[in-house]
Design a protein around this ligand. Sequence first.
Ligand code: NAI
Length: 655
Amino acid sequence: MINSVGVIGAGTMGHGIAEVCAISGLEVCLVDISDEFLMAARKKISWSLDSLARKKLISESAEKVASRIRTSIDLNDLSQVDCIIEAVKEDFTVKAGLLKDLSHILKPGCIISSNTSTIPISELASVSGRPESFIGLHFSNPPIIMPIVEIIMGNNTQESTLNEIKGLATRLKKDFVVVKKDVAGFLINRINDRIITEALAMHEEGSSIEDMDSMVRFRLNFPMGIFELLDFVGIDIVFNANRELRDRGFDTASSKILEGKVKSGKIGIKAGEGFYSYPAGGGYYRHMVIPTQEMYSVNPLRLLSTAINEAAWILKNEVATAEDIEKSMIKAMNWPEGPLAMADRFGINNVVDMLKHLHATTGLSRYEPNSLLLEMVEDGKLGMENGKGFRKWDAETTNFGSVIFRKQQNYAVITLNRPEKLNALNEDEWEGIRLALESAGEDDAIRSIIINAKGRAFCAGDDIEMMKGWKSKQDVDSWVRNYATPLMELLERYPKPIISAVNGFAFGGGCELNMMFDIVIAAEDAVFSLPEGLIGAIPPIGTTLGMALISRKLARYALTGEWIPAKDAMEIGIVDVAVPAEQLFIVAAEFAGKISKMSPLSIREIKAAMNSVRSVFSPNVSLGTDALARLSQTKDFAEGQDAFIHKRKPAWTGK
Ligand code: NAI
């Protein structure tokens, strides 16, 4: 049992580690090479302890805790401690010299741990003279706050040493992950290097740091953007860690951008300038990252795919368990979820496709998908989409005619599935959408709905075959009564947010339905239109509710049938966000994620309030559908349908 520790090195990490140990009741001897460094460390510790005591975060007085820390510049003062935590500068020669000196001083049975970020534990263990008692104990910065440590086994570390260190971590009230093999960068820094290297590559290719950080903060929900993080940690530290990793055979890239920053001294917050600028003085400042419109041009899957690939490598090589991989990135880096859960969310097949694409376009071996990912795809493990991934997820699929209903965690995906007819709305499809929405509405676990479509169009509007079948006004009335009105009425009172993900064409009814949804995400190459006048009909929603709630500008499009590209549709207000086509579902799912963080009761009231406005216009929409019924009995309507089917110009008679 460890009751006393010797912390060597009183710098950024060492003084914090000493403080954590003393708070937990351990006797601490903090050693550095000069009294000056030790004085500075004492000052920082007592400032921190005072602050913790004021906030009642420690049960003893600051003085009592501090009295358990003695400081020394003499290694001999460590002769009776139960455990060493080495936290001197990241330099093998310095650490090795120190360990050699210690080998003559420490008592038998003393455990030696190192806080090294990159140096292999086994290399340090071999110079320590007691490899069986040597182990990695990697704290995150700042040690007082970060709730987790990485424990790294050297090649000869004994189980009893591991157990003692686990006990120590528990006593320090730190959660821990065990890195079972002594690989370069251990667990956290391997994954961090991947994401940082990819961010730098994307920046070099033209993505601005503002757009990238905005994407990471506001779309991935990371606590800091990658460039913010680099400035916070210190660009020199990250640059050196990357070099250490490469020196130990880790297949990563060095960055000219980082090198330039290090050479010019622009190494982050501590220098007053890094990727962003800060007030002088080296204090802690945060750059204000705000959402940029262009954050949707940056593909989060690209940024994450290499980190996910690394996590797969770690798992495949039994370096750490899946649980520990997830826990370490969540607790040490504050990621909103672990890389394996992210892989499941984005889809293992999509991760593999992205890696293959990057590999094919760059020829770089670091992009080769890990065999574990390839095997998973081969075994049909696609992630949340089908419930099988790095772990099991609830997933249910039901077909309502040609409409697919899929429950995926806390949202439902309703997919129009008549791609051969460009998802044109026939009776079956009108009804299928309604039944799927009703089903999603009844399930309390479902917080929002995404509507998307298979094939090259979202929806080409009402099916012309169906309209041709309207022989009498009664036929149209019956269609309105049985299919159109029930869905529209459901949408007017629907209690959950509906997000649509529009690809390709959204014409006629396919455009108008979007005017009744809550959030419309469109692929940049999607096209909207209200072409009903070209076939002798009328857009009943676009000319009423659409004019009132979306924009008067719809008049132009209802009166001409002109196409509306996604960007223009965004200006008019039909579309909320236009995104690169490959990100359509990713962004829709992000919005579902954002909604799931809101209070369900608030969402219900917000929807009810918005629906009260929408329903004001239902008499107008009914006037529109009445007009459609009237028009359907005219010669011009028949002419319009026939001309459309035969791809000829209609000859209007006004009858
Ligand atoms: P630092 O440079 O702030 O502190 C190192 C301290 O060690 C200095 O006070 C120095 O005087 C002292 N020192 C050097 N040689 C010594 C010797 N022979 N005997 C006694 N003291 C000696 O470094 P920092 O950032 O605290 O890093 C320490 C270790 O922790 C490194 O191995 C680093 O990789 C690791 N680490 C650092 C993290 C960070 O965010 N800074 C995070 C996790 C690990």
